[in-house]
Design a protein around this ligand. Structure first.
Ligand code: PAF
Length: 280
């Protein structure tokens, strides 16, 4: 049976108030829909750790820096609800846009430092949009725990920071990236890849694995990145936004291996921006 789809905050609060009264732990899985196995793994983690699970689906206009990207973002509510049915979530919250951004909405949540680099540098305003909507969803769901994928590692760090800074009583739980058999990190954007691009897309993860091997042999990023970039471009990637080694906690830039380092990549393939990151 599909879970009830709730579109207003008032209705959502009827559920959450009753659950809190019964001392039940509420888990939230914030998404923009187009659910794949990566999202479903977050839902499974939430089901294991919580008594009640709310999946939110909201394509957040404030986090898109490009109107075409927003227009083309896959919207698959019916299929999403079917996928969630087998996992027995309690509520699917698909807020009407005015529940998130009512007339006169004037607040932006902006996390400094962590948002200036990587995707923040390439997509101005993106993380302000994410931080703002996630703050709203934390307040609206009143969840005790929220589940995010490490696939969007920078987002996970930012969301963790904002919950701590704003004293939002929610435990942010990071879950591992789920990959296709050929190594491509699962992402809703993969649906936008043409059949031809889909063949080349896993090269991003392959190149990252090779960079990790070279780093572990003592090579420096400065010596590895030019060839790695050339390999991606030669295979049909149009542009590499970044290929960087960073500290996994404060995201400071590194040139060579150290414990806790992570490799981050973003590259364009035929109009689709793919991102990935791995612990090295
Ligand atoms: O990762 C996403 O799907 C989105 O950035 C999120 C966290 C749901 C906020 O819109």
């Amino acid at each position: 049976m599909t879970a009830p789809i709730v579109r207003t905050l008032a209705e959502l609060r009827e559920y959450t108030t009753a659950w809190h009264k019964a001392d039940e732990v509420i888990g939230a899985v914030p998404t923009m829909g187009a659910l794949h196995q990566g999202h479903l793994s977050l839902v499974r983690a939430a089901k294991e750790q919580c008594d009640r699970v709310i999946v939110t689906i909201f394509v957040n206009p404030k986090q898109f820096d490009n109107p075409d990207d927003l227009k083309n973002y896959p919207r698959t509510e019916h299929e999403d609800a079917k996928k969630l049915a087998s996992l027995k979530v309690d509520v699917i919250y698909v807020p009407n846009p005015e529940e998130i951004y009512p007339d006169g909405f004037a607040t932006t949540v902006s996390v400094s430092g962590l948002t200036d680099m990587l995707c923040g540098a390439a997509r101005p305003g993106h993380f302000d949009g994410v931080a703002t909507v996630v703050s709203k969803l934390f307040m609206q769901t009143q969840a005790d725990k929220a589940f995010f994928g490490e696939k969007d590692y920078q987002q996970l760090q930012i969301v963790t920071r904002l919950a701590a800074d704003l004293n939002i009583p929610i435990d942010v739980v990071g879950c591992p990236t789920i990959r296709e058999e050929d190594g491509l990190a699962m992402s809703s954007r993969n649906l936008l890849l043409s059949d031809r691009s889909r063949i080349f897309a896993p090269l991003l993860a392959e190149v990252m694995g090779d960079i990790a091997d070279a780093l572990n042999k003592g090579e420096a990023m400065g010596d590895i990145v030019p060839d790695a970039t050339a390999r991606l471009l030669a295979a049909g990637f149009n542009e590499v936004d970044y290929l960087e080694l960073r500290d996994g906690s404060d995201l400071s830039l590194l040139n060579s291996m150290k414990p806790g380092a992570r490799l981050f990549a973003a590259a364009w393939l035929a109009g689709v921006r793919l991102i990935d990151n791995i612990a090295v």
